[in-house]
Design a protein around this ligand. Structure first.
Ligand code: HEC
Ligand code: HEC
Length: 266
């Protein structure tokens, strides 16, 4: 590394190298990254037709015959296959009856039926596709990348889902669920489709690579026994409560003790 040691002669070398590296990266990037697929996977026409029929029976009462929405449910035009896959495969949809937030129940559709429903909804308008394993499989990430996932999680997710992913209450009786045991694919889909009050995290904000890091981080959270008392892991509410009981309780006891000593020394 001679050019680094002879600093005075080559003051401009470092910045120049940096610029060159940036150009190289940019060039490599444009070569390596494939063209954005433009919603290619809209399924075969028989699959779409099968999905249309399933939709008419199980979903149209709330979402309208053409997915346009009704007073009982939002429009699903343009929500994409990923949203259908997420909603149906996590047991949120079909909703049994109108409610503030769809509770999760047993999954009522087979894998083929979910694919058909997803293909039908995707045919109504372009939206996020069902991701492929290389977009969410966290295998092979380094410790640093997993740590970066933790950073992303704390910045973007913990406000609603808690630092430990234990979930938490939201206003108006809604809630952000615990993330333990959620499959990597559903985590990816949740980010891209933003169910309920969850914001949509598009690829421009959180890349597939970042999503894999977050998933890997969540997996390490589940493997590690939590350090110290978890206090139920319920976040601000229970921790605040315990802080209150132990902290304020201890202070009051201390005050009583001082008062009694003060009284004695008079
Ligand atoms: C009883 C009414 C009802 C039925 C039946 C129903 N849904 Fe829903 N659906 C809703 C409501 C209300 C929401 C919005 C609230 C929520 O997400 O919790 C929703 C949300 C969705 C979303 C998310 C839309 C978005 O913006 O991302 C999808 C996708 C969806 N439903 C698909 C389906 C499919 C597919 C079926 C049939 C298998 C179905 N729903 C059946 C009421 C219903
Ligand atoms: C503003 C609050 C909010 C933020 C921020 C948020 N979420 Fe969510 N998230 C929710 C809510 C609410 C739901 C439940 C939606 C429903 O039930 O339809 C949810 C659902 C999920 C689910 C589905 C869980 C399941 O049981 O199927 C996953 C996975 C998820 N979020 C991950 C994340 C990740 C990762 C981030 C950060 C990148 C994030 N969320 C940021 C509110 C939030």
């Amino acid at each position: 590394m001679k050019f680094l040691s002879s600093r005075r002669r080559h003051k401009a070398v470092k910045p120049l190298l940096l610029v060159a590296a940036l150009f190289l990266m940019g060039g490599l990037y444009s070569v390596a990254v494939p063209e954005q697929q433009s919603s290619a996977d809209t399924g075969t026409s028989t699959q779409v037709e099968e999905g249309r029929q399933l939709f008419a029976v199980g979903c149209a009462s709330c979402h309208g015959l053409n997915g346009e929405g009704s007073s009982e449910g939002p429009s699903v035009v343009g929500v994409g296959a990923a949203s259908v896959d997420f909603q149906v495969e996590t047991g949120r949809m079909p909703m049994a009856q109108p409610a503030e937030q769809a509770p999760q129940h047993e999954v009522t559709y087979s894998r083929e039926e979910i694919d058909a429903l997803a293909a039908y909804v995707a045919s109504l308008g372009p939206g996020p596709e069902i991701p492929s394993p290389e977009q969410y499989d966290p295998a092979g990430l380094t410790a640093e990348e997993i740590a970066a996932g933790g950073e992303l999680f704390r910045t973007n997710c913990s406000a609603c889902h808690n630092f430990t992913g234990a979930g938490g209450a939201l206003p108006n009786g809604k809630y952000a669920p615990a993330l333990e045991g959620v499959t990597p694919k559903h985590i990816h889909e949740a980010l891209r489709t933003g169910p309920q009050q969850m914001p949509v995290f598009a690829e421009s904000t959180i890349s597939d690579e970042n999503v894999r890091q977050i998933i890997a981080y969540l997996e390490t959270l589940q493997q590690e026994p939590s350090g110290g008392l978890t206090l139920g892991g319920l976040g601000p509410v229970s921790e605040g409560l315990w802080g209150w009981i132990i902290g304020i309780g201890g202070l009051s006891l201390f005050a009583v003790w001082i008062a009694s000593k003060g009284a004695r020394s008079k």
